[in-house]
Design a protein around this ligand. Sequence first.
Ligand code: HEC
Length: 243
Amino acid sequence: MKQRCFSDCHLSEKLLYTGFLILMGTGYLMALSYLYETHQGDDGKPGLSVEDIVDTYYGNRSGTRLEAAIRGPMADFILKVNDRHEIVAWLKDAAPRKAYTDTILPILKKSCLHCHSPASGLDIPDLSTYEGIKKVANVDTGESLLTLVKLSHIHLFGIGLVALGIGFIFRLTILNNWLKATLIVLPFLAVFADILAWFLTKWDPIYAYTVLTGGALLAFAWAGQILISLYQLWFLRAPKEPG
Ligand code: HEC
């Protein structure tokens, strides 16, 4: 049986495919630029890098914002060296509530609260309550597992359907069978690896490279499928009937 190809399609079918491919291609470019804008510079440097990906999923576990502040810009406000030791020890001890009230609050009262409480009117972390200080006393471990589960199910459903749509059109191209099969299966594999790697990166930052590779392979496969399809839809002559 002769395989159906684009030259067997009526004009309206060609227009349907073309519209879908252009819309999906544009949507994908939008998604990429959104990704770039929201994650570039997470690590404090411009441009999207492996470090930004690590920051998103693994977090910055080198310390808390509070510790960084009292060793850096807020260091001058610490009146006694021992006060700093107390705060650092409390942070290392996972910042418990009771010790906050007993030992930390008195230190903050004399050194910090005239700025760091709602009364000051400044838009800076409120250290006068436990809930307030907790926001800067937690080690940043990246996106929570729940957020990742939420993001991944949306991505899996959405990308799966788009990959089905694009692949459904692309299967009508005239191409070497192996190349065609590879390009068709690649988006599914790439997205699977990519999303699995979000979770793995939470555990070990090395998997940020897998996230990046998965994303690049998806882009490659979709660009290939869309461009080849669009070309053959409009520029490929009907192959001669055998015989
Ligand atoms: C004179 C007012 C003032 C005092 C006193 C002060 N701070 Fe601050 N603090 C600021 C301002 C303003 C900022 C925001 C600007 C910045 O981040 O440099 C800030 C920012 C911070 C931050 C947030 C840093 C971040 O990662 O965004 C922390 C944590 C902090 N201060 C802790 C402290 C501690 C602890 C003390 C007491 C030892 C203290 N500050 C004393 C004015 C003050």
